[in-house]
Each structure stands twice: as C-alpha cells, then as structure tokens.
Ligand binder design. Structure first.
Ligand code: MLT
Length: 407
C-alpha cells in the first residue's frame, strides 16, 4: 500500500464551502421546489461585461484561423495583459510595479494556496482569525502545523480580528516569518487604512518577514482614502507579494483569471544566509507547474481595462454594493451589529449564539443561505457572513424573509 501525506489527516473533514453545499443539497431534497436564495459562497451572478465578451469572441475567432492561431503562451501571461495590469492597477496609483513582476494565473485561490510552497516547513506563519480557509489548510497540508485544537491549529499564530480592533489586527509582539493579510477582508468586509498597512510593512521590515497580501476584493473600494494595493505603502516592494483576481471584479469566477505580483526587490535567504530573488523562485515554480491561462481568457481580462470595460466593471461592482448596502441596513435595523458592505461585497453580522445554528435556522425557516462565521475560525463564532453576490430583487426578497424570521 502506498502511504499518503499524513498532514492531511489533521485537516477538517471537508472544505467549508463543500460542507455548506452538502447542507443545501440535503435541504433541497427535503423541500423540493422551495426557492432558495444563495448569499453564501462569494460567487458572482452577473454575466461578464460586454467588453470582455466581445474580446473573448474575437480571440476565439483568432484561435480558429490558420493565421492567428496560438499554441502555448508564455506561462507568466501575455505581455498585453501584464502591461495593462501594471499600467492601470499600479502605475496609475503611483505604485511602482512593472509588467514583468506580474504572473497571470487561473485564480487567487490557487496562488494564495500555492505560494507557501516556496517556503521551508519551519517558517512561523501568522493568519487572521477569522480567515479565508485556504491560507490555513494549505499550510496544514505542507506540515507547518500541529493538531487542530479548539478551532485552531497548533503552530500557527492567530491574529484576532474582532469588534474591539475594528476587525483589523495590529502586528503581534512576537516575531513571525510570514503573514497573510486580506483587505478588503474576506470574510469580515473590513478595510485597512493606509496607516494600518504601513504598520504591517514596518513590522515586516523590522522582523524580516514576508506579507502575503490578498487584494481580491479591491474593486469594491469606494472610499478614496483606502489603499487598493499594498504597494501604495512605501517600502512594501521589499516585503510583500500581492494577489488579485478578475473573479469578483469582472465576474470571472467561471472564466478563471487572476494574477500575483512578486516584486524583483523581494529577497529571501537560503540556509546559509545567502540572498535569493523571490521573483526568480516564483518564476521557476510557475513555469514548471503551470502552462498559462487560455489566450481568449487573457484577451477578455485585458478588456477590463478598456474605457468601456472600466465603466462596465464599475457598474457591475456598484450593483453588488447596492445589495450590500441593503443587507447592512436591514441587519442593522433588526438590531444586529455588522461591519463590511461599504467597500466590500461581504457583510459580517454578529448574530450571537452558535453560527451554524443561525445558518441552519436561516436555511430552514427563510430558505436563505449565508456562511457561518465559525467556519472561518473561532473569532467568527456568533457571526454570519452574508454575501452581496446575487440579483437585487433576490436580495430584497432574502432580506424580507430574514426580517420575517427574526421578528
Ligand atoms: C468565498 O465565498 O469566500 C469565496 O468565494 C471563496 C473564493 O473566492 O475562493
């Protein structure tokens, strides 16, 4: 018999969203025909923007022509997309990121999960609590943790994000080597100010740590004071990698396109203390294990940066933000404390009690799906996450149902 990686035995039996999907399936089979409103997993409902569709079509036509057909593309992504990203997402903000520091991929979930592969097993890792489960589970798989005890893995440093710190943890007193941060946050929807991010960058310089910054939800930021990228903070190029995605920005959850920025100024050391470029290491990994995102998908992503693409993406994210505002207003009216939903598609609601009980009640009585906060970590106990990704009429109906249930 072949043995398997024993670290997998420490994982919880299933991934949070698979667990939720099973409960919904069981509910559906018990209640055939009942209309369920899904405000659980952050999956978009609006179709791709017309600018993306038109670029997608043209690129598919190219793939069907002798003259324009393309085979393998560059693993890191085509120059046209990497340049559009560098120009629009970074240089326009005054952040120094060049096209060759961008690695196009098929998802921020994969990139945030895979990046830890470059690090040795004994690095000390800090994660927020509550946390997007991918950061934790992939480190468990790699053997960086001990057992799962009371909702947390031994060996990880958890940064509590609670009502007391406005859901933005400060750097810890102790030294850690790697820190996962996500702003606007999944699951809380909280955002970090420039000053708060500057504290983290300063910490990373002082402690020689690496920040893995997940900015998958930056397109929902409306407040001009909130930074969209960690590279808007001075000194971040030496200490931070940034992950972004077209999934929530432009409806690419089913189309798959994302990117990771690894600045050339990021240096890590080997066991003898000799410096190496993290960019070179990620290039080696990416080109070995990945063959690039499909050409038509990259053309569709490029169209996000055209004039009409920008307007359409803005309209699309505005739509979800309208849902978010409604959710937050109703939950506040019902007497619940909540955060998020202003510069983020997620609303984090303190419902008290056990969050799985509230999840079950919402599903059973209102046929509305949310995500139980405790699925993201012990600090999520007593909270639920409501996602704004649905059609406005469905969100209106969901809020009516929740209101009737609570009253
Ligand atoms: C979520 O609901 O947290 C997200 O959809 C997960 C993801 O983007 O992978």
């Amino acid at each position: 018999m072949v043995r398997f990686n024993q670290h997998y035995r420490k994982l919880q039996s299933s991934y949070l969203f698979s667990d939720i999907a099973r409960r919904i399936e069981a509910f559906e089979s018990r209640n055939p025909g009942r209309s369920i409103i899904r405000l659980g997993i952050g999956d978009v409902t609006r179709p791709l923007p017309p600018a993306c569709i038109s670029a997608f079509h043209s690129a598919i036509d190219e793939m069907g022509s002798e003259k324009h057909f393309r085979g393998y593309g560059p693993e890191q992504g085509y120059g046209f997309l990497r340049e559009a990203i560098a120009r629009n997402d970074y240089q326009a903000l005054g952040a120094e990121v060049s096209a060759d520091e961008i690695f196009v991929s098929d998802g921020a979930k994969c990139d945030t999960g895979n990046f830890q592969e470059l690090l040795p097993a004994d690095v000390r890792v800090a994660v927020p609590d509550p946390v997007y489960p991918v950061y934790v589970d992939t480190n468990v798989m790699a053997g960086r943790t001990g057992r799962f005890v009371d909702g947390r893995y031994e060996g990880l440093v958890y940064l509590a994000s609670t009502r007391e710190n406005d859901y933005v943890p400060a750097p810890p007193d102790e030294g850690v080597d790697v820190i996962y941060l996500c702003f606007p946050n999944n699951p809380t929807g909280a955002t970090a100010t420039r000053g708060q991010l500057a504290e983290w960058v300063e910490y990373a310089h002082r402690r020689k740590a690496l920040i893995l910054f997940d900015a998958a939800y930056e397109a929902f930021i409306r407040d001009p004071e909130i930074p969209h990228s960690i590279y808007e903070i001075e000194g971040a190029r030496e200490v931070a990698v940034e992950f972004r995605s077209f999934s929530k920005t432009a409806g690419f959850t089913g189309t798959r396109c994302a990117f990771t920025v690894v600045p050339k100024s990021l240096v890590v050391t080997d066991d003898s203390g000799q410096a190496h470029s993290l960019h070179a290491l990620w290039t080696r990994r990416h080109t070995t294990k990945f063959n690039g995102v499909a050409y038509p998908v990259q053309r569709a992503a490029e169209a996000v940066y055209s004039e009409e693409g920008k307007q359409q993406v803005r309209a699309l994210t505005d739509d979800y933000l309208r849902n978010a505002e409604l959710i937050r207003t109703v939950m506040t009216r019902l007497g619940f404390h909540s955060v998020g939903g202003e510069n983020s598609p997620y609303i984090w609601v303190q419902v008290g009690g056990d969050s799985w009980d509230f999840f079950d009640r919402m599903l059973g009585e209102a046929a509305v799906v949310c995500t139980p906060g405790s699925g993201f970590g012990p600090c999520g106990g007593g909270y639920i996450r409501i996602s704004a990704f649905n059609r406005y009429e469905r969100v209106v109906e969901a809020m009516e149902r929740i209101e009737a249930m609570v009253r």
